[in-house]
Design a protein around this ligand. Sequence first.
Ligand code: NDP
Length: 300
Amino acid sequence: PARATLIDGKAFAAGLVERVAAASARLEAKHRIKPGLAVVIVGEDPASQIYVRNKGETTQRAGMRSDTHRLPDETDQETLLALIAALNADKGIHGILVQLPLPGHIDASAVLGAIDPDKDVDGFHVVNAGRLAVGLPGLVPCTPLGCLMLLKAELGELSGLNAVIVGRSNIVGKPMAQLLLGESCTVTIAHSRTRDLPALCRTADILVAAVGRAEMIRGDWIKPGATVIDVGINRVPSRDPMKAAQGKTRVVGDVAFEEAAAAAGRITPVPGGVGPMTIACLLANTYTAACRSAGVEPDA
Ligand code: NDP
């Protein structure tokens, strides 16, 4: 059977990090501005610790300033807000990211709302959501931004294509819909109450899966030749029963990859598809924020 072309997000992300690193070096040489990213983590969540370490290392490898603020689990909201106020005022910091989830006693929306929208490199502030919705320049959430870059690199012009996005979260589904609408796609957003999801998915030239359910989207839901972007990151037991019994896991997407690859024209693998684009876009957003703070046009 025909098999889809793999969209190599890992390679694309490596290229993007290189371009951002080179552009940052030019910004520093010409304007004496070194883009700086501050990452704030509260508590000991092991997955969050890994994400934060990766972000810090990638930022440094790109020649940018990287500060990580590790706060204990019992940190109160006032202390966290005071740190954000200090980072907002710090001229050497252009991007601020608060790693989610925050401990239950902290109001996450109050914390995200306290970040200067022009330093909000995660793009989660309501001001940035609003800018995206009305088409003003702002900072766009990293994961959907990365998906859009892959789609444009693979397909070129997206105008007029039918896009179906499964998932309506504020961090992936909704901004993805706004971005694709901005590219003049005909956009449908599906969610847990959608009727006949398989039939809807079959109308998609572009199918973006951001559900958080392992391999939910099957091969016969894919329109032949469609482009499939799998955002999902789901841990399932290892294929090897011995390893599974020891608690070993593997990562799969929201799309049943083998089946889908038999129908799709192009598809992102998991891992190695959308995941690496997210960190690369975080650096791109930090660079963009640094340029704007200086009134310089970004050229990554
Ligand atoms: P959320 O849990 O916030 O949102 C999931 C969405 O999927 C909701 O809108 C929900 O609908 C919808 N949904 C759930 N079940 C079904 C169903 N049976 N049929 C149709 N829709 C359904 O998840 P996120 O958007 O934060 O993340 C989605 C996935 O992407 C996760 O696997 C996450 O790990 C991954 N992710 C990956 C990133 C990366 O860097 N690659 C970054 C961020 C997330 P409803 O609103 O009706 O409940």
